[in-house]
Design a protein around this ligand. Structure first.
Ligand code: FE2
Length: 243
């Protein structure tokens, strides 16, 4: 099964200062590439909106995604509103209170989708995650917005990291098998490993951050997406494509 992950589109409503980057053009270029890739499924790992959750942005995004005629899953980032997102994309039944977290079969695997809109994984989700991991036989596949490991990206690690990162890590460490996480939020391409946890950070559709410097600096604005191929026996292949 071939999955494409898109993250941190940050589509503006209009009039925002996008630092000279044409985000719509970036998004359209990625959508054209996806049309050629013909994956079996798409996963959008949050920050669909430029700054704050916007019904209009979700509506525009939904129109574009529906045109592709490829099934997709979504989760909410810190620049999203999970309730408005769920409403526009007709996935209100997946809301647990005001949080959007759920599991879904992708091929022969069960993928877990977490919600970190407020910058942390809530106690309610930690309890759910604990239960889901304990029922899983074999490796775990998780999608979330925030990376659960620090990434050597000073601007993000110091200011915008997952607030209860260690708590989340400890939970993943209790799973007897490999845990693979696909996330975004950092606007970089990185793969990180600690114990049984492998974290793939996927670069943004908007711009990439220069992780070599301590303060915020844009590295480049080539949009990207990630191809994930789920293979037999719980394995997977993954690579990032810059458009
Ligand atoms: Fe984010």
């Amino acid at each position: 099964m071939k999955i494409i992950q898109l993250t941190d589109i940050h589509l503006p409503e209009g009039g925002e200062d996008t630092m000279g980057i044409d985000i719509r053009a970036n998004f359209n270029a990625v959508l054209t590439a996806i049309e050629e890739e013909r994956p079996d499924h798409l996963v959008l790992t949050g920050d669909l909106c430029f700054h704050a959750g916007s019904r209009r942005v979700y509506e525009v995004t939904k129109l574009k995604l529906d045109k592709l005629d490829i099934s997709y899953s979504l989760l909410s980032g810190n620049h999203d509103d999970p309730e408005v997102l769920a409403d526009v994309f007709n996935i209100g039944h997946l809301l647990v209170g005001e949080e959007l977290f759920y599991k879904r079969k992708l091929g022969h695997r069960t993928a877990l989708f977490l919600e970190t809109s407020r910058g942390y994984v809530s106690d309610r989700q930690l309890a759910w995650l604990d239960q889901e991991l304990s029922h899983l036989r074999g490796p775990a596949l998780v999608f979330m917005h925030h990376p659960p490991l620090t990434a050597g990206v000073p601007h993000m690690d110091n200011k915008y990291a997952l607030q209860n990162m260690e708590e989340v890590q400890q939970l993943f460490f209790t799973h007897p098998a490999l845990v693979t996480v696909f996330c975004g939020h950092y606007h970089v391409e990185k793969t990180l490993c600690l114990n049984n946890l492998v974290v793939h950070i996927t670069p943004s559709v908007y711009f990439q951050i220069d992780w070599r410097v301590a303060s915020f600096r844009i590295d480049h604005a080539r949009p990207a997406y990630r191809v994930i191929e789920l293979v037999k026996d719980g394995g997977l292949r993954s690579s990032v494509v810059y458009v």
